[in-house]
Design a binder for this molecule. Structure first.
Ligand code: ATP
Length: 435
């Protein structure tokens, strides 16, 4: 883990947040390469589950919602973690994170646990009184239920169908930690898939399969994935069945994603609390009812971490991130063999600029070729393109593959098609920028 954190910092994937002020309790900022990687992952998810499917549509809702939403959803009364405090050093912990009933810091005795609500509070407008109190959303899911009726009316979907959203969520975690695994501000990618009650098991199994396929497509090591059927007494207040998809992180096995059967809990409660009809009307029978819901819930940051842990390899004299080309920050790097030969630099610059219009591409003319390969391997660039003296005569370049380290000559005219084919490049235009 230390090696991954250090690589992330050195190479511009992820830095400690507010670092020049001493940081801020496990907050992290994505740097130039980190934001490319994260956007590519979000892009892949959106493409796979929204743009390429007829049965799922997306939304991008406001982060701060009417506080009545959180009353209806049960978050105000139920979204608690058990908080304990050390009687000696006053360090606070989540009771269910302690194996023995002792302080992790000094071994001291701990207090009885009390319920701590994890929602962040703030207020709307200039007056800070109880009346204006609002919450930062603790999950992206809830807006999907609140917007259900609007989406239904405007998208002509019929059951079964899904609504997807990705974006920031906030939880005032008692003990954030393990790098980007548990933070107080993170991103989620969630789908609420609306179904008929009697079909829930069929759709639950289908979504479990879809999650395994996603895990493989994004480049997470499937040997490190384990399904945990969450025991009944540990289920969230809205769930009848949940499977946690756990991953063997360097610090231990822990939750990567959740798949929950949320029943009709949310739509029903929103109707009760808002007084608005949130039911679905079957076109053929005219019957009105609340659809039931299967929810695949994915953390973006935990995906980034699992992807990095799966991709990180130390081989002989190199460190290599074997990222899937689809999500690698750079699709390729372009090098002139020597930086002091203007004719090589000129041709290399031309190729670089042409490719840069289509892909995210790196340029490097420092040091020797070996050092440049080393540097690109470390950040997971799948292909390195070298322009040498032969290129000037025969319009070909050397393309070196990151994983096999094999080199082949490719004609300059074919480079774009080559990269597109090898990296299954997704157009950035399909990426929907969310908060
Ligand atoms: P945990 O048990 O680890 O606290 P949870 O069961 O409360 O997680 P969910 O409410 O199911 O998590 O949230 C769905 C997904 O959102 C999680 O599977 C995870 O990927 C992500 N997630 C939840 N909390 C955090 C957090 N504090 N930091 C980063 N990602 C998170």
């Amino acid at each position: 883990m230390e090696k991954i954190i250090s690589l992330c910092k050195q190479r511009g994937f992820i830095y400690p947040g507010s670092e020049i002020y001493g940081g801020l309790q496990n907050s992290w900022d994505y740097g130039p390469l980190g934001v490319e990687l994260k956007n590519n992952i979000k892009n892949l998810w959106w493409q796979r589950f929204v743009s390429s499917r007829d049965d799922i549509v997306g939304i991008d809702a406001a982060l701060i919602m009417n506080p009545k939403v959180w009353e209806a959803s049960g978050h105000i009364s139920e979204f608690n973690d058990p908080l304990v405090e050390c009687k000696k050093c006053h360090e606070r912990f989540r009771a269910d994170h302690l194996e023995k009933n002792k302080c992790l810091n000094c071994g001291g005795e701990i207090t009885e646990s009390k319920q701590f609500n994890m929602m962040f509070r703030t207020y709307l407008g200039p007056v800070d009184d109880g009346e204006n109190q609002v919450y930062l959303r603790p999950e992206t899911a809830q807006a999907i239920f609140v917007d259900f009726k609007n989406v239904l009316q405007t998208s002509r979907q019929t059951l079964p169908f899904g609504i997807a959203q990705m974006g920031k969520a906030f939880r005032n975690e008692i003990t954030p930690g393990n790098f980007i695994f548990r933070t107080r501000e993170f991103e989620q990618m969630e789908i609420e898939y609306f179904i008929k009650e009697e079909d829930w098991e069929k759709h639950f199994d289908k979504w479990a399969k879809e999650m395994h396929e996603w895990i493989q497509s994004v480049g997470i090591d499937k040997k490190k994935i384990h399904e945990l059927d969450v025991p009944k007494d540990e289920l969230a207040h809205y769930s009848k069945k949940t499977i946690d998809f756990e991953f063997d992180f360097p610090f231990g096995r822990d939750e990567l994603y959740g798949l929950a059967y949320r029943t009709d809990f949310d739509l029903k409660n929103h109707e009760k609390n808002s007084g608005e009809n949130t039911k679905y009307r079957d076109q053929e029978s005219g019957e009105e009812f609340w659809p039931h819901v299967i929810e695949p819930s994915l953390g973006v940051d935990r995906t980034v971490l699992a992807v990095l842990c799966s991709a990180y390899h130390e081989e002989d004299d190199r460190v290599v991130l074997k990222l899937k080309p689809e999500i690698a920050p750079y699709k390729a790097a372009v090098f002139p063999l020597m930086r002091n030969k203007p004719e090589l630099v000129e041709l290399a610059q031309k190729i670089y600029k042409d490719l840069r219009e289509k892909f995210v591409i790196a340029w490097d003319d420092r040091g020797n070729i070996g050092k440049r390969y080393y540097s690109q391997d470390q950040i997971g660039t799948p292909f390195c393109i070298t322009i040498d003296f032969d290129s000037l005569d025969d319009d070909t370049v050397t393309v070196r593959d990151r994983d096999s380290m094999k080199q082949e000559r490719i004609s300059i005219a074919e480079l774009e098609a080559y990269l597109r084919d090898k990296s299954q490049y997704l157009s950035t235009s399909i990426y929907v920028q969310t908060n």
